[in-house]
Design a protein around this ligand. Structure first.
Ligand SMILES: [Zn+2]
Ligand SMILES: [Zn+2]
Length: 739
């Protein structure tokens, strides 16, 4: 009896053997329902096996094969095995976590029926010469349908007036609409002779490429097989335009393109943009904000080849794409490409593996590349493509000024020069953006009499003051309480907010500029669905004068009337314990500064800092990423940090402090016992040593060779799995981004 090995979502590093009845037809990559313990669970058939380690009598049979959707292609299975192996995460959980939720359920999925158009019996025998000559579009539709049924999107690609013509054809009874089940149509490539049409749509409103842009496009499109390109372009240099041209070229060749973007709040906007550039190309988006059904549908469209462009956040890297020809990773430095729970993968790194597995080019785009990518470009592993000019002339980079606040009086955190600059913008009816990476009113509440600070009783962090609903809230565990009327320790009533958050800034600016329309954009003000979109519209329509925002506002938005960016208190990151903090800050400030002066108006950035001569600010003023990257790389090399070493972080958290530490100490001696050439550090508290009543500690292991680290982890992981952990939670994070 044949035996199949099945991936199940269980925390064990193995596949499970099941027998397959002679009458069952099953392909590798198909979803199956199998008995597991007392339950029926969903799994994915990974491979056939000659023998099983289990006694024949103990092997259970596959209960059901789901053939509602096509099997996962072998290429996906290989990719997922690679991820499981590299991130040391159970293979079954890896495979299942890559599937959209709908496909993980034990019921077959029912897809929304999609419609197709086909010739009716009358249409098939229609003599087209009897149609009036001027009904060109109707004739084209009839001709196209003679070859194959088509979806509405495909018909629309024939002509902008296709919908009207189609309506007439339906009314005449020559065309009929049929429902098709089982997902999208296969082979939706443009019909012969339609290529020119696609092209003219693509480039409807594009402006000509600059020489630099054209060169970048040429280099990538001339690449045969795998190649990794780092596209380093200053903000506003037109990276997106390059993506569009590359997409166009790959679509012409019949390929599919995967574009990964960091933020979910950017996808609707980007989606609309790419739709407008490719009005006749099927585009599917994939991100966690989609409803389950929609996500499954889009995933299947990608798998069938109907969707030619797939646009998504990190999870989209696991989408089957039979004709994948190019991967684009936009803002490749963005930390959100790294998943922080479950399978802790970096979508950028997985995308690079995928491109090399598939033998296609990949482009990593950024104004501030991650040091890892920059280092790879310097050492020749990636090819560097530079864009040094802003695409839209005469737009130039904003002037950056650093205000030394160590000898400037501040009003609620704002210096007089910054206030004057805002006033000038108000007068000129231009917009200002004040950037502060702290939401709430103030980061902490203090008693002026005894020094009591509002601390979270469940965490090692402080409770943030939110004045609009008079609460103190923990941003780590979600705990919240009413603001006390008096100090809980000494009873004094003089409680003072310390420090500045977005709400306090809003209040200050409103009282200083009572006429100004102020818009605060942070996680609190955009919590409701659609709120952020509404705000974006307001900003675009010029219905806001001053924007106050956290990093949400820094990314990828283009506000043509914005000419001033003020940055409040960025200094914490300069001397942070997190060695990546200053790298992130530079990227953030470059990005937020890039919002200023993107159209024909000159932009200005004012940074309030106590360290105006710090190399970070010098580089920022000079718009010189390269010199900053060099400085950082030299520091990292001296200190022995990535990208010069490869790291894995074992973290543990438990209700008892001793549990976490004991576990990690045992893990540490096991690591040392392996006597492999890796550095094993001591057990230390996590950056947030207590969160939601759990004590947290960690252990770092590193090596200057990726391969050595992987060999070590392969030996170490089974020992960790066997250590008694009790109720303790622990995770192993390969290439960690957070500590
Ligand atoms: Zn007190
Ligand atoms: Zn807390």
């Amino acid at each position: 009896m044949p035996i199949v090995r099945v991936a199940l979502d269980v925390p064990l590093p193995t596949l499970f053997d099941y027998s397959v009845n002679a009458e069952t037809s099953l392909d590798v990559g198909q979803r199956v329902i199998v008995p597991f313990g007392r339950k029926q669970v969903l799994g994915v058939a990974m491979e056939w096996a000659e023998h099983s380690g289990l006694a024949l009598g103990r092997i259970k049979a596959v209960a059901q094969v789901l053939d509602d959707v096509p099997p996962l292609p072998q290429e996906m299975l290989t990719l997922l095995r690679f991820c499981s192996d590299y991130y040391h995460y159970p293979v079954g959980s890896t495979v299942l976590s890559a599937l959209p939720t709908r496909l993980r359920a034990v019921e077959p999925i029912t897809l929304k029926q999609s419609l197709a158009y086909t010739l009716s019996a009358a249409g098939k025998v229609l003599d087209m010469t009897t149609l009036p000559k001027r009904r060109v579009v109707q004739q084209r539709i009839l001709q196209a349908l003679r070859q194959a049924p088509m979806s509405g999107a495909q018909l629309r690609s024939l002509s902008p007036s296709a919908p009207a013509a189609l309506k007439l054809l339906l009314e005449a009874g020559w065309v009929e609409c049929v429902a098709r089940k089982g997902g999208p149509l296969l082979n939706p490539l443009p019909l012969a002779g339609e290529e020119a049409n696609v092209k003219s749509h693509c480039f409807n409103e594009a402006h000509a490429l600059t020489i630099e842009q054209q060169r970048a496009v040429d280099v990538v499109t001339q690449q045969t097989g795998y190649g990794c390109f780092l596209l380093h372009g200053i903000t506003g240099s037109g990276k997106t335009e390059i993506y569009v041209h590359l997409m166009h070229e790959m679509l012409q060749r019949g390929g599919q393109v995967l574009l990964l973007v960091p933020e979910i709040n950017l996808t609707p906007q980007l989606e609309n943009y790419f739709r407008s550039r490719f009005p006749d190309v099927e585009l599917a988006s994939l991100h966690s904000g989609l409803a389950d059904g929609e996500r499954a549908q889009n995933w299947l469209k990608a798998q069938s080849g109907e969707a030619r462009i797939v646009l998504g956040t990190r999870l989209a890297v696991f989408t089957p794409l039979p004709q994948l020809a190019l991967i684009l990773v936009d803002e490749e430095h963005d930390p959100s490409f790294k998943q922080q729970d479950g399978l802790r993968y970096s979508a950028r790194d997985v995308a690079i593996f995928r491109a090399s597995q598939r033998g296609v080019p990949i482009v990593l785009g950024s104004a501030t590349p991650s040091l890892e990518s920059w280092y790879n470009a310097q050492s020749g592993r990636y090819r560097l493509l530079k864009l040094t000019q802003r695409a839209v002339q005469p737009a130039t980079l904003p002037t950056v000024r650093c205000m030394d606040i160590s000898n400037l009086p501040l009003q609620e955190g704002l210096s007089e020069p910054l206030l004057a600059a805002i006033a000038a913008r108000l007068q000129r009816k231009e917009q200002s953006l004040i950037f502060i990476n702290r939401r709430g009113y103030a980061p902490v509440l203090m008693c002026t009499a005894c020094g009591w600070l509002s601390e979270c009783k469940h965490c090692a962090g402080k409770l943030v003051l939110h004045l609009n609903d008079r609460t103190l809230r923990c941003h780590h565990c979600g705990f919240q309480q009413r603001v006390p009327h008096a100090c809980p320790t000494c009873g004094d009533a003089d409680l003072k907010p310390v420090g500045i958050g977005t709400q306090r800034l809003e209040e200050t600016l409103q009282s200083r500029f009572p006429e100004a329309r102020i818009l605060r954009v942070d996680r609190d003000s955009t919590r409701n669905k659609g709120a952020w979109n509404a705000m974006r519209k307001k900003i675009h329509d010029g219905e806001a004068d001053i924007l106050i925002g956290t990093q949400m506002l820094a990314k990828g938005h283009d506000f043509p009337n914005l000419t001033l960016v003020g940055v409040i208190s960025p200094d914490g990151a300069l001397y942070s314990a997190d060695f990546r903090a200053s790298e992130k800050l530079f990227a953030q400030l470059t990005q937020v500064g890039g919002r200023a002066g993107r159209a024909d108006k000159a932009g200005e950035v004012i940074v309030q800092t106590a360290f105006p001569n710090h190399p970070l600010f010098q580089a920022l003023r000079a718009h010189d990423y390269e010199i900053w990257a060099q400085t950082l790389l030299a520091e990292r090399q001296m200190a022995g940090f990535p990208p010069f070493v490869y790291q894995a972080l074992l973290s543990a958290e438990g209700k008892q402090e001793s549990d976490a530490y004991n576990f990690l100490k045992q893990a540490r001696s096991a690591a040392q016992g392996l006597q492999m050439p890796v550095e094993v550090y001591g057990v230390v508290p996590a950056a947030m040593p207590r969160r939601a009543n759990h004590h947290r500690a960690q252990l770092l292991v590193q090596s200057n060779k990726r391969k050595t680290l992987q060999e070590f982890l392969r030996a170490w992981k089974p020992i960790l799995d066997a250590l008694p952990a009790g109720k303790l939670r622990w995770v192993l994070d390969v290439d960690p981004m957070e500590f």
